[in-house]
Design a protein around this ligand. Structure first.
Ligand SMILES: [Zn+2]
Length: 233
C-alpha cells in the first residue's frame, strides 16, 4: 500500500526526531563501549552509520520539501559527528603508538646505561652521555622521542649520576636516569629540563638507575608525595 505524501512526511519527521534523540542520548553511551585493548568503538560507529543511512533514505523518500531538509540536516549532522569521532580516535591511536615507541626507547636507553655501568663500573659523564652510550645502543633512533622527531635526542640525563657507581645510589629504583626532554643531544639536568608540555597523553617517560621505566603524569613527578628523585639518597 502506497503511503500518502502526508503520511510519509509524518513518518520522516518521526524518524528524524528519533534520530536526534538517539544522537543526543544513546550515542554518547554507545561510543564509550570499546573493543578491549583498542580504542575502537564499534557500537558508536554502527549507530552513527545507521542514523546517516536512515535519514539520508528518508530525505530521498519523502516529497514535502521541509521534511527532505530535516532528514538531510539530521543525516549531515550524524555524518559530521561520525567523522569527528573517527578523527579523534585516530588521533588517540597515533598518540598511543607514540607512547609505546617512546616507552621502548626509554627502556633501551635505561638498559644501555646498565650495560655501560657493568663495563665501566660507573655511569657515563653528564656532558657526553649520549656519545658514551652509543656503543651500547644499536639504533640512533632510540634517542629520538617519536613525539619530538626533530630532536636528535629527545631525552635528558640526570647529572647526579655522572660517574656515579652503583654503590653511590642507595635506591636506584627511585633515582631518575633518563627522561623525556626538549634540549637535544647530551642534555643533562633536573626538573628544569622536563618537557614544556607532557608529550604522551598527559605524561612523560622516566628511565631509572636500576633499568626500569615508568610513565608518569607531571603531577606524579612534581607532587609532594613524588617518588621521583634526581638527587641520589
Ligand atoms: Zn617520549
Amino acid at each position: 500500500m502506497a503511503l500518502s505524501d502526508r503520511a510519509k512526511s509524518a513518518v520522516g519527521t518521526a524518524i528524524a526526531l528519533c534520530s536526534v534523540l538517539l544522537l543526543l542520548v544513546v550515542f554518547p553511551i554507545s561510543v564509550r563501549v570499546r573493543i578491549p585493548g583498542t580504542d575502537y568503538r564499534p557500537l558508536g560507529y554502527a549507530l552513527e552509520a545507521v542514523l546517516v543511512a536512515v535519514n539520508a533514505g528518508v530525505a530521498f523518500w519523502v516529497r514535502p520539501a521541509w521534511t527532505k531538509v530535516l532528514g538531510s540536516l539530521v543525516a549531515a549532522t550524524c555524518l559530521l559527528v561520525l567523522c569527528m569521532t573517527v578523527a579523534s580516535n585516530a588521533q588517540r591511536d597515533s598518540a598511543r603508538l607514540q607512547r609505546m615507541a617512546c616507552l621502548h626507547n626509554t627502556k633501551d636507553l635505561a638498559l644501555g646505561l646498565q650495560m655501560y655501568l657493568e663495563d665501566n663500573g660507573a655511569f657515563p659523564l653528564a656532558g657526553s652521555w649520549c656519545d658514551e652510550l652509543l656503543p651500547y645502543t644499536i639504533h640512533r633512533d632510540w634517542y629520538r622521542c617519536p613525539a619530538a622527531p626533530a630532536l636528535d635526542c629527545g631525552y635528558a640525563y640526570n647529572p647526579a649520576l655522572s660517574s656515579a657507581t652503583r654503590r653511590a645510589l642507595s635506591d636506584a629504583s627511585r633515582s631518575v636516569a633518563v627522561f623525556d626532554s626538549d634540549r637535544g643531544w647530551n642534555a643533562a639536568g633536573g626538573l628544569e629540563l622536563l618537557t614544556k608540555q607532557p608529550r604522551h597523553l598527559g605524561g612523560d617517560h622516566y628511565g631509572f638507575a636500576d633499568g626500569h621505566v615508568e610513565w608518569a603524569s607531571r603531577q606524579q613527578v612534581l607532587g609532594k608525595q613524588s617518588r621521583y628523585r634526581w638527587t641520589p639518597e
